[in-house]
Design a protein around this ligand. Structure first.
Ligand SMILES: NC(=O)c1ccc[n+]([C@@H]2O[C@H](COP(=O)([O-])OP(=O)(O)OC[C@H]3O[C@@H](n4cnc5c(N)ncnc54)[C@H](O)[C@@H]3O)[C@@H](O)[C@H]2O)c1
Length: 452
Protein backbone atom coordinates (compact mmCIF):
# COMPACT_ATOMS: atom_id res chain seq x y z
CA UNK A 1 0.00 0.00 0.00
CA UNK A 2 1.48 3.40 -0.88
CA UNK A 3 1.65 6.11 1.78
CA UNK A 4 -1.42 8.28 2.29
CA UNK A 5 -0.85 11.44 0.28
CA UNK A 6 -1.97 13.75 3.08
CA UNK A 7 1.69 14.56 3.78
CA UNK A 8 2.79 17.72 1.99
CA UNK A 9 4.58 16.91 -1.27
CA UNK A 10 7.90 18.28 -0.05
CA UNK A 11 7.82 15.65 2.72
CA UNK A 12 7.67 12.88 0.12
CA UNK A 13 11.06 11.47 -0.75
CA UNK A 14 11.65 10.20 -4.25
CA UNK A 15 14.18 7.86 -5.78
CA UNK A 16 15.03 7.59 -9.46
CA UNK A 17 16.53 4.33 -10.73
CA UNK A 18 18.56 4.67 -13.94
CA UNK A 19 20.30 7.99 -14.46
CA UNK A 20 20.40 8.14 -18.26
CA UNK A 21 18.76 10.83 -20.39
CA UNK A 22 15.39 10.28 -18.74
CA UNK A 23 16.49 9.56 -15.18
CA UNK A 24 18.91 12.46 -14.63
CA UNK A 25 16.38 14.90 -16.05
CA UNK A 26 13.56 13.50 -13.92
CA UNK A 27 15.69 13.46 -10.75
CA UNK A 28 16.94 17.04 -11.16
CA UNK A 29 13.51 18.38 -12.11
CA UNK A 30 11.73 16.66 -9.19
CA UNK A 31 14.37 18.11 -6.84
CA UNK A 32 13.71 21.55 -8.32
CA UNK A 33 10.05 21.12 -7.29
CA UNK A 34 11.20 20.81 -3.66
CA UNK A 35 11.40 17.03 -3.23
CA UNK A 36 14.36 15.27 -1.70
CA UNK A 37 15.59 12.96 -4.46
CA UNK A 38 18.08 10.11 -4.56
CA UNK A 39 19.30 9.01 -8.01
CA UNK A 40 20.52 5.41 -8.33
CA UNK A 41 22.42 3.68 -11.10
CA UNK A 42 24.33 0.43 -11.43
CA UNK A 43 27.02 2.31 -13.38
CA UNK A 44 29.32 3.55 -10.62
CA UNK A 45 31.31 5.83 -12.93
CA UNK A 46 28.11 7.61 -13.96
CA UNK A 47 27.14 8.04 -10.32
CA UNK A 48 30.63 9.39 -9.47
CA UNK A 49 30.34 11.90 -12.29
CA UNK A 50 26.86 13.02 -11.16
CA UNK A 51 27.99 13.32 -7.53
CA UNK A 52 30.74 15.64 -8.75
CA UNK A 53 28.03 17.77 -10.39
CA UNK A 54 28.83 16.72 -13.94
CA UNK A 55 26.06 15.64 -16.34
CA UNK A 56 27.58 13.08 -18.74
CA UNK A 57 25.14 13.95 -21.55
CA UNK A 58 24.38 17.15 -23.46
CA UNK A 59 20.97 18.50 -22.50
CA UNK A 60 20.34 22.26 -22.43
CA UNK A 61 19.79 23.59 -18.87
CA UNK A 62 20.37 20.24 -17.15
CA UNK A 63 23.93 20.85 -15.97
CA UNK A 64 22.97 24.09 -14.19
CA UNK A 65 19.86 22.50 -12.65
CA UNK A 66 21.83 19.51 -11.37
CA UNK A 67 24.44 21.71 -9.68
CA UNK A 68 21.81 23.96 -8.09
CA UNK A 69 19.88 21.01 -6.67
CA UNK A 70 23.01 19.22 -5.38
CA UNK A 71 24.13 22.44 -3.65
CA UNK A 72 20.66 22.91 -2.17
CA UNK A 73 20.98 19.41 -0.66
CA UNK A 74 17.84 18.14 -2.38
CA UNK A 75 19.57 15.88 -4.89
CA UNK A 76 21.96 13.04 -4.08
CA UNK A 77 23.21 9.94 -5.86
CA UNK A 78 24.10 6.39 -4.88
CA UNK A 79 24.64 2.92 -6.27
CA UNK A 80 22.98 1.33 -3.21
CA UNK A 81 19.52 -0.18 -3.60
CA UNK A 82 19.35 -0.70 0.17
CA UNK A 83 19.93 2.99 0.82
CA UNK A 84 17.39 3.95 -1.81
CA UNK A 85 14.76 1.54 -0.52
CA UNK A 86 15.07 2.94 2.99
CA UNK A 87 15.05 6.53 1.67
CA UNK A 88 12.14 6.67 -0.77
CA UNK A 89 8.35 6.83 -0.59
CA UNK A 90 7.99 6.78 -4.37
CA UNK A 91 10.52 4.92 -6.52
CA UNK A 92 10.68 5.95 -10.19
CA UNK A 93 12.09 3.37 -12.58
CA UNK A 94 13.85 5.04 -15.51
CA UNK A 95 16.15 2.24 -16.68
CA UNK A 96 16.70 1.54 -20.37
CA UNK A 97 14.47 -0.59 -22.60
CA UNK A 98 16.65 -1.08 -25.69
CA UNK A 99 15.85 -3.37 -28.58
CA UNK A 100 16.47 -7.07 -27.90
CA UNK A 101 19.71 -8.19 -29.50
CA UNK A 102 18.71 -10.21 -32.55
CA UNK A 103 15.00 -9.37 -32.21
CA UNK A 104 12.51 -6.53 -32.63
CA UNK A 105 10.96 -6.63 -29.15
CA UNK A 106 12.00 -4.58 -26.14
CA UNK A 107 14.73 -5.90 -23.87
CA UNK A 108 13.10 -5.54 -20.46
CA UNK A 109 16.02 -6.96 -18.49
CA UNK A 110 17.03 -3.57 -16.97
CA UNK A 111 13.47 -2.86 -15.80
CA UNK A 112 12.96 -6.41 -14.59
CA UNK A 113 16.22 -6.59 -12.64
CA UNK A 114 15.53 -3.19 -11.08
CA UNK A 115 12.01 -4.18 -9.96
CA UNK A 116 12.98 -7.61 -8.68
CA UNK A 117 15.99 -6.26 -6.76
CA UNK A 118 14.03 -3.36 -5.30
CA UNK A 119 10.74 -5.05 -4.35
CA UNK A 120 12.09 -7.14 -1.45
CA UNK A 121 13.85 -4.10 0.02
CA UNK A 122 11.22 -1.35 -0.06
CA UNK A 123 8.90 -0.41 2.77
CA UNK A 124 5.47 -2.00 2.37
CA UNK A 125 3.88 1.44 2.00
CA UNK A 126 6.01 2.62 -0.91
CA UNK A 127 5.03 2.83 -4.57
CA UNK A 128 7.06 1.68 -7.57
CA UNK A 129 6.40 3.88 -10.59
CA UNK A 130 7.69 2.84 -14.01
CA UNK A 131 8.61 5.67 -16.37
CA UNK A 132 10.51 3.62 -18.94
CA UNK A 133 8.76 2.94 -22.25
CA UNK A 134 7.52 -0.66 -22.14
CA UNK A 135 5.25 -2.89 -24.23
CA UNK A 136 1.61 -2.90 -23.17
CA UNK A 137 1.07 -5.55 -20.50
CA UNK A 138 4.48 -5.21 -18.83
CA UNK A 139 3.35 -3.52 -15.60
CA UNK A 140 0.50 -6.01 -15.06
CA UNK A 141 2.90 -8.93 -15.61
CA UNK A 142 5.48 -7.47 -13.20
CA UNK A 143 2.78 -6.86 -10.55
CA UNK A 144 1.61 -10.45 -10.89
CA UNK A 145 5.15 -11.79 -10.58
CA UNK A 146 5.80 -9.71 -7.46
CA UNK A 147 2.58 -10.88 -5.86
CA UNK A 148 3.37 -14.51 -6.70
CA UNK A 149 6.75 -14.18 -5.01
CA UNK A 150 5.11 -12.74 -1.91
CA UNK A 151 6.03 -9.05 -2.33
CA UNK A 152 3.09 -6.79 -1.61
CA UNK A 153 4.46 -3.71 -3.35
CA UNK A 154 2.22 -1.76 -5.69
CA UNK A 155 3.30 -0.81 -9.21
CA UNK A 156 2.06 2.18 -11.22
CA UNK A 157 3.12 3.25 -14.71
CA UNK A 158 3.80 6.89 -15.57
CA UNK A 159 5.30 7.00 -19.10
CA UNK A 160 7.52 9.89 -20.02
CA UNK A 161 7.01 12.11 -23.06
CA UNK A 162 10.06 14.38 -22.77
CA UNK A 163 12.08 15.15 -25.88
CA UNK A 164 15.86 15.30 -25.84
CA UNK A 165 16.95 18.89 -26.43
CA UNK A 166 13.99 20.29 -24.48
CA UNK A 167 13.91 17.68 -21.71
CA UNK A 168 13.97 20.09 -18.76
CA UNK A 169 11.08 22.27 -19.91
CA UNK A 170 9.17 19.21 -21.11
CA UNK A 171 9.50 17.71 -17.61
CA UNK A 172 8.59 20.86 -15.74
CA UNK A 173 5.75 21.92 -18.03
CA UNK A 174 4.46 18.78 -19.77
CA UNK A 175 1.26 19.01 -21.81
CA UNK A 176 0.05 15.83 -20.13
CA UNK A 177 0.93 13.56 -17.24
CA UNK A 178 -0.35 10.02 -17.66
CA UNK A 179 -0.53 7.59 -14.75
CA UNK A 180 -1.67 3.99 -14.93
CA UNK A 181 -2.74 2.92 -11.45
CA UNK A 182 -4.51 0.09 -9.68
CA UNK A 183 -5.64 2.00 -6.56
CA UNK A 184 -7.01 5.38 -5.58
CA UNK A 185 -4.13 5.77 -3.11
CA UNK A 186 -1.56 5.42 -5.89
CA UNK A 187 -3.43 7.95 -8.02
CA UNK A 188 -3.64 10.42 -5.12
CA UNK A 189 0.04 9.97 -4.37
CA UNK A 190 1.04 10.70 -7.97
CA UNK A 191 -1.33 13.67 -8.04
CA UNK A 192 0.55 14.95 -4.96
CA UNK A 193 3.94 14.40 -6.64
CA UNK A 194 2.85 16.34 -9.73
CA UNK A 195 0.69 18.97 -7.99
CA UNK A 196 2.98 21.88 -8.94
CA UNK A 197 2.82 20.85 -12.60
CA UNK A 198 -0.95 20.39 -12.73
CA UNK A 199 -1.37 23.72 -10.90
CA UNK A 200 0.74 25.15 -13.72
CA UNK A 201 -1.68 23.84 -16.35
CA UNK A 202 -0.45 20.34 -17.22
CA UNK A 203 -3.33 17.92 -17.81
CA UNK A 204 -3.42 14.83 -15.60
CA UNK A 205 -4.82 11.53 -16.88
CA UNK A 206 -5.33 8.67 -14.45
CA UNK A 207 -6.05 5.43 -16.26
CA UNK A 208 -5.30 1.72 -16.29
CA UNK A 209 -1.78 0.30 -16.44
CA UNK A 210 -2.35 -0.89 -20.01
CA UNK A 211 -3.75 2.41 -21.33
CA UNK A 212 -0.87 4.33 -19.74
CA UNK A 213 1.74 2.06 -21.32
CA UNK A 214 0.02 2.24 -24.69
CA UNK A 215 -0.38 6.04 -24.48
CA UNK A 216 3.39 6.42 -24.82
CA UNK A 217 3.98 3.81 -27.50
CA UNK A 218 1.00 4.97 -29.55
CA UNK A 219 2.19 8.60 -29.41
CA UNK A 220 5.59 7.56 -30.75
CA UNK A 221 3.99 5.38 -33.42
CA UNK A 222 1.80 8.30 -34.54
CA UNK A 223 4.73 10.73 -34.72
CA UNK A 224 6.84 8.22 -36.66
CA UNK A 225 3.91 7.69 -39.04
CA UNK A 226 3.54 11.44 -39.58
CA UNK A 227 7.24 11.78 -40.43
CA UNK A 228 7.10 8.83 -42.81
CA UNK A 229 3.88 10.11 -44.37
CA UNK A 230 5.52 13.34 -45.52
CA UNK A 231 8.60 11.38 -46.58
CA UNK A 232 6.40 9.10 -48.69
CA UNK A 233 5.00 12.30 -50.24
CA UNK A 234 8.62 13.36 -50.87
CA UNK A 235 9.08 10.19 -52.91
CA UNK A 236 6.00 11.09 -54.95
CA UNK A 237 7.37 14.62 -55.39
CA UNK A 238 10.68 13.28 -56.63
CA UNK A 239 8.88 11.14 -59.20
CA UNK A 240 6.39 13.80 -60.30
CA UNK A 241 8.25 17.10 -60.13
CA UNK A 242 6.16 18.47 -57.26
CA UNK A 243 7.94 20.19 -54.38
CA UNK A 244 7.57 18.63 -50.95
CA UNK A 245 8.45 21.85 -49.10
CA UNK A 246 5.51 23.64 -50.59
CA UNK A 247 3.32 20.60 -50.19
CA UNK A 248 4.19 20.33 -46.49
CA UNK A 249 3.44 23.99 -45.90
CA UNK A 250 0.06 23.69 -47.59
CA UNK A 251 -0.86 20.46 -45.78
CA UNK A 252 0.23 21.84 -42.43
CA UNK A 253 -1.98 24.91 -42.85
CA UNK A 254 -4.92 22.58 -42.22
CA UNK A 255 -5.35 22.68 -38.43
CA UNK A 256 -6.47 19.05 -38.47
CA UNK A 257 -3.02 18.13 -39.82
CA UNK A 258 -0.70 20.78 -38.35
CA UNK A 259 2.87 21.65 -39.26
CA UNK A 260 4.86 19.80 -36.63
CA UNK A 261 6.62 16.57 -37.63
CA UNK A 262 5.72 17.38 -41.25
CA UNK A 263 9.11 18.47 -42.56
CA UNK A 264 10.33 16.06 -45.23
CA UNK A 265 13.92 14.95 -44.92
CA UNK A 266 16.18 12.24 -43.67
CA UNK A 267 13.62 10.87 -41.23
CA UNK A 268 13.67 9.89 -37.60
CA UNK A 269 16.25 8.18 -35.42
CA UNK A 270 17.47 8.34 -31.84
CA UNK A 271 17.15 6.16 -28.77
CA UNK A 272 13.34 6.11 -28.77
CA UNK A 273 11.22 6.22 -31.96
CA UNK A 274 12.99 3.45 -33.94
CA UNK A 275 13.21 0.91 -31.13
CA UNK A 276 9.79 1.86 -29.77
CA UNK A 277 7.99 1.24 -33.07
CA UNK A 278 9.83 -2.06 -33.49
CA UNK A 279 8.87 -3.12 -29.96
CA UNK A 280 5.30 -2.07 -30.77
CA UNK A 281 5.29 -4.24 -33.91
CA UNK A 282 6.61 -7.19 -31.91
CA UNK A 283 3.93 -6.69 -29.25
CA UNK A 284 1.16 -6.32 -31.87
CA UNK A 285 2.22 -9.66 -33.32
CA UNK A 286 2.20 -11.27 -29.87
CA UNK A 287 -1.29 -9.89 -29.32
CA UNK A 288 -2.49 -11.22 -32.70
CA UNK A 289 -3.08 -7.78 -34.26
CA UNK A 290 -0.68 -8.01 -37.16
CA UNK A 291 -2.38 -5.37 -39.31
CA UNK A 292 -1.29 -2.64 -36.85
CA UNK A 293 2.24 -4.03 -37.09
CA UNK A 294 1.95 -3.91 -40.92
CA UNK A 295 1.32 -0.16 -40.88
CA UNK A 296 4.40 0.45 -38.75
CA UNK A 297 6.53 -1.83 -40.88
CA UNK A 298 5.81 0.47 -43.86
CA UNK A 299 6.60 3.48 -41.68
CA UNK A 300 10.00 2.05 -40.91
CA UNK A 301 10.71 1.07 -44.52
CA UNK A 302 9.93 4.59 -45.73
CA UNK A 303 12.17 5.98 -43.00
CA UNK A 304 15.14 3.85 -44.03
CA UNK A 305 14.61 4.52 -47.76
CA UNK A 306 15.37 8.21 -47.17
CA UNK A 307 18.89 7.25 -46.15
CA UNK A 308 19.55 5.21 -49.29
CA UNK A 309 17.98 8.01 -51.36
CA UNK A 310 20.45 10.47 -49.82
CA UNK A 311 23.33 8.14 -50.66
CA UNK A 312 21.99 7.85 -54.24
CA UNK A 313 21.92 11.64 -54.54
CA UNK A 314 25.52 11.75 -53.32
CA UNK A 315 26.52 9.18 -55.93
CA UNK A 316 24.70 11.17 -58.61
CA UNK A 317 26.50 14.40 -57.67
CA UNK A 318 29.82 12.54 -57.65
CA UNK A 319 29.22 11.29 -61.21
CA UNK A 320 28.40 7.73 -60.18
CA UNK A 321 31.52 6.92 -58.15
CA UNK A 322 32.35 8.05 -54.63
CA UNK A 323 35.71 6.29 -54.37
CA UNK A 324 38.34 8.72 -52.99
CA UNK A 325 35.83 11.60 -53.08
CA UNK A 326 36.17 14.03 -50.15
CA UNK A 327 32.80 14.34 -48.44
CA UNK A 328 31.92 16.75 -45.64
CA UNK A 329 29.10 15.57 -43.37
CA UNK A 330 27.45 18.24 -41.25
CA UNK A 331 25.73 16.60 -38.29
CA UNK A 332 26.11 13.38 -36.33
CA UNK A 333 23.44 13.69 -33.62
CA UNK A 334 20.05 12.17 -34.47
CA UNK A 335 18.56 15.65 -34.10
CA UNK A 336 19.72 19.15 -33.19
CA UNK A 337 19.86 19.97 -29.47
CA UNK A 338 21.15 16.53 -28.51
CA UNK A 339 24.44 14.61 -28.41
CA UNK A 340 22.58 11.33 -28.82
CA UNK A 341 23.79 9.32 -31.81
CA UNK A 342 21.73 6.20 -31.17
CA UNK A 343 20.25 5.14 -34.56
CA UNK A 344 21.29 8.51 -35.97
CA UNK A 345 20.25 8.88 -39.64
CA UNK A 346 23.21 11.25 -40.14
CA UNK A 347 25.80 8.74 -38.98
CA UNK A 348 24.09 5.99 -40.94
CA UNK A 349 24.40 7.98 -44.17
CA UNK A 350 28.02 8.89 -43.32
CA UNK A 351 28.77 5.18 -42.92
CA UNK A 352 27.06 4.28 -46.21
CA UNK A 353 29.17 6.88 -48.04
CA UNK A 354 32.31 5.63 -46.28
CA UNK A 355 31.37 2.11 -47.42
CA UNK A 356 31.16 3.41 -51.01
CA UNK A 357 34.78 4.52 -50.77
CA UNK A 358 34.33 8.23 -49.95
CA UNK A 359 36.68 10.05 -47.55
CA UNK A 360 34.06 11.20 -45.07
CA UNK A 361 34.79 13.95 -42.54
CA UNK A 362 32.12 14.65 -39.95
CA UNK A 363 31.49 17.75 -37.88
CA UNK A 364 28.82 18.15 -35.18
CA UNK A 365 28.65 20.91 -32.55
CA UNK A 366 28.16 18.54 -29.57
CA UNK A 367 27.98 14.89 -30.62
CA UNK A 368 31.58 14.36 -31.82
CA UNK A 369 32.73 12.21 -28.89
CA UNK A 370 29.70 9.91 -29.06
CA UNK A 371 29.97 9.73 -32.85
CA UNK A 372 33.68 8.86 -32.75
CA UNK A 373 32.95 6.09 -30.25
CA UNK A 374 30.09 4.71 -32.38
CA UNK A 375 31.84 5.08 -35.78
CA UNK A 376 35.61 5.15 -35.30
CA UNK A 377 36.14 4.43 -39.00
CA UNK A 378 35.01 7.97 -39.98
CA UNK A 379 37.20 11.09 -39.81
CA UNK A 380 36.17 13.98 -37.55
CA UNK A 381 37.07 17.66 -37.80
CA UNK A 382 37.13 20.16 -34.92
CA UNK A 383 35.34 22.87 -36.85
CA UNK A 384 32.80 23.18 -39.61
CA UNK A 385 35.38 24.96 -41.77
CA UNK A 386 37.95 22.20 -41.29
CA UNK A 387 35.35 19.57 -42.26
CA UNK A 388 34.38 21.47 -45.42
CA UNK A 389 37.84 22.46 -46.61
CA UNK A 390 38.67 20.65 -49.84
CA UNK A 391 35.36 18.76 -49.93
CA UNK A 392 33.84 17.82 -53.27
CA UNK A 393 30.45 17.30 -51.65
CA UNK A 394 28.79 18.72 -48.52
CA UNK A 395 25.83 16.99 -46.87
CA UNK A 396 23.66 18.72 -44.26
CA UNK A 397 22.31 15.78 -42.27
CA UNK A 398 21.32 17.26 -38.86
CA UNK A 399 19.64 20.66 -38.85
CA UNK A 400 21.72 22.41 -36.14
CA UNK A 401 21.10 26.19 -36.25
CA UNK A 402 24.73 26.86 -37.18
CA UNK A 403 24.23 24.72 -40.28
CA UNK A 404 20.85 26.08 -41.28
CA UNK A 405 22.28 29.63 -40.98
CA UNK A 406 25.04 28.82 -43.46
CA UNK A 407 25.30 31.04 -46.51
CA UNK A 408 26.87 29.88 -49.78
CA UNK A 409 29.75 32.32 -49.28
CA UNK A 410 30.68 30.67 -45.95
CA UNK A 411 31.70 27.52 -47.80
CA UNK A 412 32.20 28.66 -51.40
CA UNK A 413 35.86 29.65 -50.91
CA UNK A 414 36.96 26.51 -49.05
CA UNK A 415 35.29 23.57 -50.80
CA UNK A 416 36.83 21.95 -53.87
CA UNK A 417 33.51 21.54 -55.68
CA UNK A 418 30.23 23.35 -54.99
CA UNK A 419 27.95 20.34 -54.43
CA UNK A 420 25.54 20.30 -51.51
CA UNK A 421 22.80 17.92 -50.38
CA UNK A 422 20.32 19.45 -47.96
CA UNK A 423 18.86 16.28 -46.45
CA UNK A 424 16.80 18.23 -43.92
CA UNK A 425 15.24 20.78 -46.30
CA UNK A 426 16.73 23.47 -44.11
CA UNK A 427 18.48 25.78 -46.62
CA UNK A 428 17.12 28.15 -49.25
CA UNK A 429 17.69 26.44 -52.62
CA UNK A 430 17.62 29.63 -54.68
CA UNK A 431 20.46 31.21 -52.65
CA UNK A 432 22.74 28.26 -53.21
CA UNK A 433 21.87 27.79 -56.87
CA UNK A 434 22.33 31.47 -57.61
CA UNK A 435 25.78 31.26 -56.00
CA UNK A 436 26.72 28.50 -58.43
CA UNK A 437 26.14 25.47 -56.21
CA UNK A 438 24.69 22.15 -57.32
CA UNK A 439 21.98 22.11 -54.66
CA UNK A 440 19.96 18.91 -54.10
CA UNK A 441 17.38 18.11 -51.46
CA UNK A 442 14.99 15.28 -50.60
CA UNK A 443 11.59 15.68 -52.20
CA UNK A 444 12.68 18.70 -54.22
CA UNK A 445 13.51 18.29 -57.91
CA UNK A 446 16.97 19.14 -59.25
CA UNK A 447 15.75 22.37 -60.79
CA UNK A 448 13.19 23.62 -58.27
CA UNK A 449 14.34 26.85 -56.69
CA UNK A 450 11.66 28.62 -54.70
CA UNK A 451 10.51 26.77 -51.56
CA UNK A 452 6.93 26.53 -52.80
N1 LIG B 1 15.82 9.47 -23.89
C1 LIG B 1 14.62 9.97 -24.07
O1 LIG B 1 14.43 11.01 -24.69
C2 LIG B 1 13.40 9.26 -23.50
C3 LIG B 1 12.17 9.92 -23.53
C4 LIG B 1 11.05 9.27 -23.03
C5 LIG B 1 11.17 7.95 -22.57
N2 LIG B 1 12.38 7.34 -22.60
C6 LIG B 1 12.46 5.97 -22.09
O2 LIG B 1 13.13 6.03 -20.85
C7 LIG B 1 13.89 4.84 -20.65
C8 LIG B 1 15.34 5.22 -20.39
O3 LIG B 1 15.85 5.83 -21.56
P1 LIG B 1 17.24 6.63 -21.56
O4 LIG B 1 17.37 7.26 -22.88
O5 LIG B 1 17.33 7.46 -20.33
O6 LIG B 1 18.24 5.37 -21.43
P2 LIG B 1 19.76 5.38 -21.01
O7 LIG B 1 20.34 4.14 -21.59
O8 LIG B 1 20.38 6.70 -21.30
O9 LIG B 1 19.73 5.22 -19.41
C9 LIG B 1 19.42 4.04 -18.73
C10 LIG B 1 20.20 4.04 -17.42
O10 LIG B 1 19.75 2.96 -16.60
C11 LIG B 1 20.88 2.41 -15.92
N3 LIG B 1 20.55 1.06 -15.44
C12 LIG B 1 20.49 -0.08 -16.16
N4 LIG B 1 20.08 -1.11 -15.36
C13 LIG B 1 19.88 -0.57 -14.14
C14 LIG B 1 19.44 -1.10 -12.89
N5 LIG B 1 19.09 -2.38 -12.78
N6 LIG B 1 19.36 -0.26 -11.84
C15 LIG B 1 19.67 1.04 -11.94
N7 LIG B 1 20.10 1.61 -13.09
C16 LIG B 1 20.19 0.81 -14.17
C17 LIG B 1 21.97 2.46 -16.97
O11 LIG B 1 23.26 2.36 -16.38
C18 LIG B 1 21.70 3.84 -17.59
O12 LIG B 1 22.40 4.87 -16.91
C19 LIG B 1 13.68 4.00 -21.91
O13 LIG B 1 12.61 3.12 -21.70
C20 LIG B 1 13.29 5.02 -22.95
O14 LIG B 1 12.54 4.47 -24.00
C21 LIG B 1 13.50 7.97 -23.02
Amino acid sequence: MPPAPSSSSSELRLTVFGTGYLGITHAACMASLGFEVLGVDTDSSKIASLMAGHVPIYEPGLQELLRTEIQAGRLRFSTSYEKAAAFGDVHFICTGTPQLPGGEGADLSQVRSCVTALAPLVRSNSLLVGKSTVPVGTARALSRELAESGHQVEIAWNPEFLREGTAVTDTLAPDRIVVGVTSQLAEDLLRAVYRALTDGGSRFFATTLETAELAKVAANAFLATKVSFINAMAEVCEASGANVRGLSEILGADPRIGQSFLRAGLGFGGGCLPKDIRAFMARCTELGVDSAAGLLREVEKINLRRRSRTADLALELAGGDLAEVSVCVLGAAFKPGSDDVRESPALDVAQILHGLGAHVTVYDPVAMANAARACPELAYADTLEAAATGASLVLLLTEWPEFTALRPSDLGGIVKLKNIIDARNALRPELWRTAGWNYRALGVGAEASAPV
